[in-house]
Ligand binder design. Structure first.
Ligand code: SF4
Ligand code: SF4
Length: 262
């Protein structure tokens, strides 16, 4: 599969630790990437200089949400319009020098790592997500790393329209907007929600732990949109409001159905 990290106009920095902060709002992460990009723009293209810059930047990064997951200060903006994130120490970005050894991992690890989405997403699913989250690395990173969420959203639309969502359907701008809005549920979750990081919660064998909502504890019947709600962690224990999220899912699906080009 074509790597998901830089695909078309979409880009991701999740495994470089982008979201591993208490405040991982769009605004906070944009400011973080601004700071890193500006600091590294003037650093000499040597590993020692990048390591020194990384040390200074790392000290400013604040507490990580998950202390055992590394945060690399060498992730920044690759373009002046701030639409693409990527590694500022990669030879393709530095003009030839290999400086990734100054970051959170060694060069071999950075080179070899591909997250599980590479094995789980189909090519068409990957293209759909990249097209829908083009030029929005904040949303793309949250969505592309959560395969169950992508599938639940696409299945939810298909169940109501009676047709599988295909890449060609995105040529209808209203439908593309509506489907992007459905994926945008990720934007409205409380910090630390299961729905933000559920995809990264491995079980003892390394496979993802199935996510469930405890409807009995909430004294209510399972939602018809359970599959999507489970993925976004619509559980009060995650700090999210189940009823409010259910309404957002219903409205998001309705918007997709109305705009579906058929
Ligand atoms: S989380 Fe996956 S898609 Fe994102 S940068 Fe890492 S390997 Fe690439
Ligand atoms: S050095 Fe490695 S971990 Fe750091 S931003 Fe680059 S690819 Fe990511």
């Amino acid at each position: 599969m074509t790597p998901l990290c830089q695909r078309g106009e979409a880009s991701c920095g999740a495994c470089c630790g982008l979201y591993n902060r208490r405040d991982h709002s769009r605004r906070a992460l944009a400011a973080l990437l601004d700071r890193r990009t500006a600091a590294l723009a003037h650093a000499p293209r040597t590993e020692a200089a990048f390591a020194a810059a990384a040390a200074g930047l790392g000290a400013d990064d604040g507490d990580p949400l998950f202390p055992t997951v590394r945060v690399c200060p060498l992730l920044g903006w690759l373009d002046g319009d701030r639409t693409r994130v990527g590694c500022l120490a990669h030879p393709a970005v530095t003009g030839g020098a290999e400086l990734r050894g100054a970051g959170a991992y060694d060069v071999a690890t950075c080179d070899a790592f591909l997250c599980p989405s590479h094995a789980w997403l189909s090519e068409e699913e990957a293209e759909l997500v990249a097209a829908l989250c083009a030029r929005d690395p904040w949303l793309y990173g949250l969505v592309v790393t959560d395969v169950p969420f992508v599938r639940a959203a696409l299945r939810g639309v298909a169940a109501l329209t009676g047709a599988r969502v295909e890449l060609r359907h995105l040529s209808a701008p209203g439908f593309a907007r509506a489907l992007r809005g459905l994926l945008g549920l990720k934007e409205r979750l409380r910090p630390g929600s299961d729905g933000l990081y559920g995809a990264f919660r491995p079980g003892p064998g390394g496979d993802p732990v199935p996510r469930t909502l405890d409807y009995a504890a909430l004294s209510r019947r399972p939602s018809p949109h359970d599959e999507i709600l489970v993925c976004v962690g619509a559980d009060p224990r995650s700090g999210n409001d189940l009823d409010a999220l259910e309404e957002q899912v219903r409205a998001g699906l309705d918007a997709c159905v109305v705009a579906f080009p058929g």
